[in-house]
Structure formats: structure tokens, C-alpha cells
Design a binder for this molecule. Sequence first.
Ligand SMILES: Nc1ncnc2c1ncn2[C@@H]1O[C@H](COP(=O)(O)OP(=O)(O)O)[C@@H](O)[C@H]1O
Ligand SMILES: [Mg+2]
Length: 392
Amino acid sequence: MQNNNARERTAYPQMMNNREKEKYIENYNFPYCDESAKYEKVAKIGQGTFGEVFKAKDRRNSQKFVAMKKVLMDNEKEGFPITALREIRILQLLKHENVVNLIEICRTKATQSNRYRSTFYLVFEFCEHDLAGLLSNVNVKFSLGEIKKVVQQLLNGLYYIHSNKILHRDMKAANVLITKNGVLKLADFGLARAFSTNKSGVPNRFTNRVVTLWYRPPELLLGERNYGPPVDLWGAGCIMAEMWTRSPIMQGNSEQQQLTLISQLCGSITPQVWPNVDTLELYRTMELPQQQKRKVKERLKPYMKDPYACDLLDKLLVLDPSKRADADTALNHDFFWTDPMPCDLGKMLASHTTSMFEFLAPPRRSTQMRHHSLPRPTTSTVQDGGYIDRVF
Ligand SMILES: Nc1ncnc2c1ncn2[C@@H]1O[C@H](COP(=O)(O)OP(=O)(O)O)[C@@H](O)[C@H]1O
Ligand SMILES: [Mg+2]
């Protein structure tokens, strides 16, 4: 039976008509979820797979800047995307100097013009640069001590998240932020997940379709689903090398080619160097180059020069994940404890007054390293195999 009593209808929302519901939503003050209008967008700084990122100013404090990451709702018929919920839950758990700080979640007002569907934003403390942006700018020059500081902070962040049983699963230079004071923050937990070491003996069955191809470790490329923290340390190794080469060291354009490039740098993938690799799902499906010598140190030495740096990289880019250095072992490496010691980046960054982000940078130039000759930057070359080798 229809209830026509207006007072009763306001008291019991389930009896509101549509217009009343809309008004109710419009005026409702969601607790713990402020309106995004408290920030004023200044510039677009990122366009990821999962949405746009803006630099914005706090309207109540013009000195305070934030980064607002839009939650993409396109694929949602209703409700809040589970992937964004996961990212938020993980970010709420992680509080560390070297992990990006999530301040709050904001929403736009639900109005008739957006058909009563709010847009949600993850609001982060603003960091001036990302590492991909910095590396693509030839005017930004890192000293050895400064590189050590970057890599040390990267490993500190990984040590912390792995201790908290979180895998990042998307390590790459664009997901590493650097504040103007030179503090590094791991960012983009959009693919992150919790893990537990399977004490029960039941192997994990995580998806292996994670990590940007160029930073993807061999175990994922071979179909491993029972993986762990070593996936992030492979990425850390790729990023470490990039501090000198200035462009990603293995730029495959397919999973097959990525495995080929890995084999050419790290040596053939065989059960001799990696026991039981032949039990991985794709071991027989993929073409794995044989008789490849390991050349990590040899090929990176012309760039890195420092023998400690080469040695640490050699321990990160290890094919067998169970033998790859973990964050703790890497942090204890002599690289960080010999002269020049890690040194603050603040001073060097102070000479660069504009923000540097991958999104705003021109496409990064690739370099090619020739064997046994001095490295020099060149543009992409097409190799015999017909594919573009943009590795060094
Ligand atoms: N807190 C922040 N401060 C400054 N820039 C940021 C911040 N968070 C993200 N960005 C920029 O936006 C880009 C995309 O953000 P990210 O979290 O990586 O989202 P996506 O999942 O879309 O890649 C980053 O590569 C970085 O350049
Ligand atoms: Mg990203």
C-alpha cells in the first residue's frame, strides 16, 4: 500500500520517491570521504592503465600539494571496483618513509549531471618526480653516491613491504617516486597483493600476468604461479641498471622475446643453473636459447664501472628466484658500505625546479651497447631476427 505521508517518507529512506532519494544523496555528508572540491587540480601528471593522475592544491593550504588518482569505474555496473579496494587496503596498511603516503579517499558530489555516480580519487602526498622522468632528462646527473642512495631506498621500501607480506608486482621506474628532498617512495600498488609462505605445503596459485614486460622476471614468463618477493627484486635489479643505462635494459616486445633477451644477458635457462625449472608450465612451450654465457657483469661494466655495483646487480638478476638476493641481503652488500657512501639527493635535485614525470617526458631514447666496445647511445636498430632490439 502506498504511503503518502511526507514526514514518514523522510524518516524512512526506503519509502522515498526518486527525486527525494536524489536530494538525500546530494546532501548526504559521507563520513571519512570528503569532497574532492577541497583540492584544486593544477595539472595532469599521469595516465596509467587504470586512470588519470593529477597534481592538485589543497584549497585550505596553498602550500600543500597532493596527487589525485582517479578510480576508474567504467567497467563497474555498480559498486566500488574490487581492484581499487585492494589497492586502498594495502596502502592503508603500509606506512613507511619509502612507500607513497595515501592521505585519504575523496569523491565528487553525486548530482544529476553525473547521474548520481560519484567519481572517487585516491589522494596521495605529492612527490615532485618519478624516476622514469628523471632518467629521461639528460640534465639530471646522478653521482655514484646518489645512485647508491636511490637503490638503497628502493631496497628499504621493498624490505618493508615484503616484511608486511605484500608483493608489489609492478616494479618499474615510473612507479618509483622521488620527492624534491630526495626521498624515494614506492608507488602504484594497483597490482599489489598479500602473500603468505605456504606453510601447509599447498602452493599458491597467483596470476602470473603481472609486472610490466620489460621488468618481468623469468619465473613469471615461464608460468610460475607459486611466486614471491623475488619477483620484485628482479625488477629492482632492472631499475638499478637503468640508473646508469638511462633506459630499460631489456625491452622485449613479446614474452618470447623477453625470455630471449634475459637468456642473452643472464645465460641459458637450464635445470643446471635453476633446478626444477623444467617443471614450470611454459618451459617446453617457450623457445629458450641454449649455450648462452652469463654476461651481466661484462655487459653492464662499461656503464656502471663500479665493481661493487656490478656485483650487486649480478646477485639481483639471478635466474633462479630461490638464489636471487632478497632485500635484506642486498642492503648488506658492500656496494652500500664502501666509499663513496650513499649520499643525499636533495642538493642535486634543488638545481631542477620543474617536476619530471614519465607522462610529461618525451619518449625515452634507447641505447644500444656493443659487445667489447665503449657504449654509446644509438637509436633503435633492427636486428637479423627482424625484431627491434632496443636493449642497450
Ligand atoms: N603521489 C604522487 N606524486 C606525484 N606523482 C605521482 C604520484 N602518484 C602517481 N604519480 C604519477 O602518476 C603516474 C601514474 O600513477 P600510478 O599510481 O603509477 O598509476 P597507474 O596504475 O595508472 O600507473 C606515476 O607514474 C607518477 O608519474
Ligand atoms: Mg604506474
